[in-house]
Design a protein around this ligand. Structure first.
Ligand code: GAL
Length: 390
């Protein structure tokens, strides 16, 4: 009898701690769009259809954006059998029909829930309903789940996320699993086998450098918190420094350029967070920059890192599969300054020549000895690809 109980306990524990996930779904960082940064709770089936259409028409789909993720506030309650219900005012045709629509545009559909009993916006969370919710998402045809961490007092993050990961796996439909505990449990130390991406910080705000540490913060502060995490990322398990604020009102065009180039270099998931139905030409050009997206999607899957830090002037580097190096020279200061990048800093021999290509200008800048230097405007970058010349 006791032996049987122990066996049942062991199998229960090994199931809850197994954290099975679908492998091979994110060989390169996921790309898509998420409703939260710009629309918050103002989500509806009308909005999501219009966004899907705009992703197709704007060339974003062709550039690689494929997941359309509806964040918090789509859900309203549970029925008497515990099934999660969408807000009927905002989603009158139901989630299944919306998913079918998104699929008909050859895009994928993502949804949001929370490991606690309630989501961050006080909608029903998945605590206690993980397997039932996962089955429901699978029946709707969902391809991606973002799973948040509000209202989880007393819960263990690793255990809670493993439970949801197992629930998705048991439901049988491959889904990307996006872990969103804001980096509090250091998910990079345990989540590679549980999810495909994990948030590393609190929420990114629509601003350059605002906010306090350990709370929602602007792009530059988020960037600083990525240092040292590069060793934990790779194909199918990515650090997620949060969604893009490119094109939202708090960043200038040059700040948006810097934000996008650095997220590409970090091998960050590229989830646009703006109103893609009404984008400025410059925003669209940034978000669909094929040469930068190629850096982000490079098959080696190495997360780039900072190789020089001279106060406001920084050099970041990402090794690429063809032997070239992506380099971002970043001026976070208030006046234009010259930045120099020496070959040994980016793992090239000092005695070689290298061809330097500008990824925003889309042109070759020439072949250089030992170093490349450029005047970088305030709050801006030079985004480069540097090819050793044989
Ligand atoms: C936060 C999360 C955001 C967004 C929001 C919705 O916890 O980090 O990205 O999902 O909840 O309420």
């Amino acid at each position: 009898m006791i032996k049987n109980i122990i066996l049942v306990l062991i199998s229960f524990l090994s199931l809850t701690l197994s954290g099975q996930k679908f492998e091979g779904l994110a060989p390169t960082p996921p790309m898509g769009w998420n409703s939260w940064n710009w629309f918050g709770c103002d989500v509806s089936e009308k909005l999501i259809k219009e966004i899907a259409e705009a992703i197709v028409q704007s060339g974003m789909q062709e550039a690689g954006y494929q997941y359309i993720v509806v964040d918090d506030c789509w859900q309203i309650s549970r029925d008497s059998a515990g099934n999660i219900l969408a807000d009927p005012q905002r989603f009158p045709s139901g989630i299944k029909s919306l998913v079918d629509y998104v699929h008909s545009r050859r895009l994928k559909f993502g949804i949001y829930s929370c490991a606690g009993r309630k989501t961050c916006q006080k909608r029903p969370g998945s605590r206690g309903y993980e397997f039932q919710d996962a089955r429901q998402y699978a029946a709707w045809g969902v391809d991606y789940l973002k799973f948040d961490w509000c209202n989880t007092t007393g819960q263990n993050a690793e255990e809670s996320y493993r439970t949801m990961s197992d629930a998705i796996y048991a439901a049988g439909r491959p889904m990307l699993f996006s872990i969103c505990d804001w980096g509090y449990s250091k998910p990079w130390t345990w989540a590679a086998k549980v999810g495909h991406l994990w948030r590393t910080t609190d929420d990114i705000l629509d601003c350059w450098d605002c906010g306090d540490t350990r709370q929602n913060i602007g792009f530059v502060k988020i960037l600083d918190k990525q240092a040292g995490l590069e060793k934990f990322a790779g194909p199918d398990h990515w650090n997620d420094p949060d969604m893009l604020q490119v094109g939202n009102s708090g960043l200038t065009i040059s700040e948006g350029r810097a934000h996008f180039a650095l997220w590409c270099l970090l091998a960050a998931p590229l989830m646009a967070g703006n109103d893609v139905r009404n984008m400025k030409k410059e925003t669209k050009e940034i978000l669909t920059n094929k040469e930068l997206i190629d850096i982000n999607q490079d098959k080696l899957g190495i997360q780039g890192y900072k190789v020089r830090d001279d106060e406001d002037l920084e050099v970041w580097m990402k090794p690429l599969s063809d032997g070239s190096k992506a380099v971002v020279m970043f001026n976070r200061g208030e006046i234009a300054k010259e930045i120099i990048c020496y070959w040994p800093e980016i793992d090239l021999y000092s005695n070689i020549k290298a061809r330097v290509r500008d990824l925003y200008l889309h042109s070759d800048l020439g072949v250089f000895d030992v170093k490349y230097k450029a005047l970088i405007p305030a709050h801006d970058v030079a985004a480069l690809r540097i090819y050793p010349v044989k």
